[in-house]
Structure formats: C-alpha cells, structure tokens
Ligand binder design. Sequence first.
Ligand code: SF4
Length: 470
Amino acid sequence: MLRIRHWVVRRASFFTWLYGVSERWMVRLTPLWKHVGLSRLDRLFAWVERPAKGLLFDCRMCGDCLLGSTGMACPMNCPKRVRNGPCGGVRADGTCEVDATMPCVWVEGWRGIKSTGLYSRYMMPRRAAETVRSGKSAWVQVIEQQAVIHPKPERALPLDEEETFGRSSPYPPNGFEELLSSGAFAVTAELSPPDSANPEDIASRARYFEGLVDAVNVPDGSGANSHMSSLASSLILRELGFTPVMQFACRDRNRIALQGDILGAAALGVKNLLCLTGDDVSAGDQAGARPVFDLDAISLLRTAKTMRDNAHFMSGRPIITPPDVFLGAALNPFIPPFDARPFRLAKKIAAGAQFAQTQFCYDIERLKSFMEETRRLGLHQRCHILVGVGPLISAKSANWIRSHVPGIHIPDALIKRLQDARNEAEEGKRICVELIEQIRPIAGVSGIHVMVHKHERLLAEIIRDSGLRS
Ligand code: SF4
C-alpha cells in the first residue's frame, strides 16, 4: 500500500489533472445526479470510492477530500490528522514525529505540490474534517457545494441579542500588538506553568522578568504533560502586571472547548493567543491519553479570526461580543521540508496569524535562508516574526533534546563546542547571547523570544547580557 502511495505522489501532476477534470464533469452532470437522488448517489459513489481511493491514496474516507491541494498525499494518514501540514515536529530525516517508521505524510505531499506547481492551492487554509461526513462520498460533497444544491441558510440573529451584537471589548488596547506595530524590537520570554495550585509558584518565577520583557508566553500542557492550565496562569500573570501570550494547543480540546476558551480568555483580558497543533500525547508522561486534534493550528487560527472579525462560531451561530484577540502562530524553519516553511507561514498568515514565534534557533544559516525567502514573499510585512532562542545547559542535555524533543535541530558543531568547554553551562549561555547578537540585525526579524524549561533567572541574565534590555 505504501509503495502505491509513493508511486501516486511521484505522479501528482497527472493525478491532480485527472482530479480536476473529474471534478468539472461531476458538477456538469448535476441534473443527472439530481435525477438519481443524492442519497442514492452517495451510497453508490462511496462504494466505488472506498476501494479505489483506498488503493491509490490509502484514503480514510473522511468525506471532505483535500487531495487536489495536498500533492495527492492523504492528510488523514497523519497521526495528528493535520490538514494543513507539515507540522513542526518532522524529524531531521523527514520521518513522522509520532511514528519514526513512516515518512511524514506532508513531506511526501510537499514533493507532490512542488511537482504540480500549485502553491496557491496549498496556501489556502483548509477547514477541519467533519466527523458527520466520515464514510460518505467526497464527490457528492463536491456536487452539493459547487452546484449549490444545499446552500447554507442565512444566519439569523435571535431578537434579544440584536441590540448588543457587536459590542466592543471592555479592555484597553493591546499593548503588545501596539508595540510590534510601532516597529520596536520586542522581547518575549516563556514561563512554564508550575505543577502546583499555588499562584505564588508563578509569581516568584515571573518576577525575574520584571522590566525586561514585553510579553510572557504561557505554554499549554507543554511536552504533552499536565501543568497548571494556560488560561489560569495567563490570568495570574495579567494580574501581576505582565502581558501574557496564552498558548492554545489542539491536542487536548475539541472545537467546542477551544471556541469557548477563546471567548473566556478574551473576556478575562487575555488577548494574545498563540495557536498550536501541539505535541503528540506520546511525547509526555501520560502516553495512554486520548489525543483530540479535532482542529490543527491553522484551522484554529482561522476559527479565532472568524470569531473576532465575523462575530460567529464555526457553526455560524452569532457571537454577541466578539473576542478582541491578537493572533500568533509557531514557526519551525529548522526542520524539513525547508522550502515549505515560508509557504506554511504564508498559509498561517492567510488563516489569521499576526505574529509568529519560531522554535529554538541554533542554526543561523538556516534562519537566514528562511528569512530571505520570507522577505521575497513579503511575509515579514504582514506578520511580526520573533525568533526563539534558549541556552543549552550541557552537551549531554543538548544530545538528549536533539533525540527526544520533536522539532529541535542542534548542529553537531554546537554540541562539540559544549563538550570542549570547561564550564558547559556558561558556554551554553555564551552561545545563546552570541545567537541573539547574530539574529538581531537580520532584516524582517521583529523580536527575540527566549525560552528554557524552569530557568527564568538564567533567561533574565541572557536578556541583560545580550543588551536586549538593561
Ligand atoms: S510529522 Fe507531523 S504532519 Fe507529518 S505525519 Fe507526523 S504528525 Fe503528521
């Protein structure tokens, strides 16, 4: 099956053309299909599609086919069901973050996209799969949508909500957004929520950042482990006078919970949201947990943007006061497929990203080539890009991170430098400061994002030593 799948992706141009021709004919024959009846047609088509698409594409019959824009690689074979991939966890050899025995579906798909040249189709943000369509014919959905057999009903506002609809946020303008828009060079830091129910356990560590950072990121179940929730931690930070960037991972909540949390965060004055797909549950200490991945980072961005700009939920139901949120995305320019990464940023911008923070940067040359392409596409003018950095504590921990944490690329030369140093921790700090000095002048970079697990004092020292703040 895998061999046939690879064979098809290698011939993505032909299959994409065939797909387009079939789609046009399906729509043209609408009067005939109406005569047959759509429910009868659905059964008939699904009966043919299941074995044929199963053989060629390892199709999972999601009922909402994306093959025409994915280089003929079926995204439903992705263990995280990422429909706007590749995610930020692809391994250095192009295999999957979750299952190292299989190539990343989206790395394969990207090869197919390049052979078709249909980059604009790839860059369109794709919606989440609808479970109600699972097992149904994808062609019948195309006929329904393109021939507008079942137009969506007009959204009607309930009468008692009409008067208050569109009321604006009760909170003052977002300082972080204003700062980035002013062109100032921003500094953000990550603070890991504690394994504790005591707010003082956040406050004591956050104090290291006083006067040094413009915003503080709060991870959401980082590394697929349980910690104090991102929303509660963000609120505690806000009350302490910090500007939180609340991270939102799709791993643990479905679209109903995520949309509720977007409203809740905005209602509590937490306005900066970083939308992530999230590490797989296998990365954490509760690998038996059920992963959700109902949305991915891009469909979450699109959902949040729609809620803010169009004042309605994914279902179309109106929102009385839309969430006044500033939307962020994560980037990983340091893992394959490298040439896809700027296009993925473009896709995130199309979905709603206004700022982006990268994974740890330990490879300046890789960052420079990513930024060059980003500038060529004009993306740095549409999204503020903050580059992530962090100190390596020792050669041993750097080696461990490289082989155990998805999506982190550390070149051999840096590990050798740590091994040869008399004081590895000091050398790790020096490397981090040097990286900041090299990143700062790169055109298109809007700021630095410092992070390391539970070493906030060290991060504060690095911010000072690098001259970012005094
Ligand atoms: S690396 Fe990420 S996008 Fe690729 S198949 Fe694995 S989970 Fe999916």
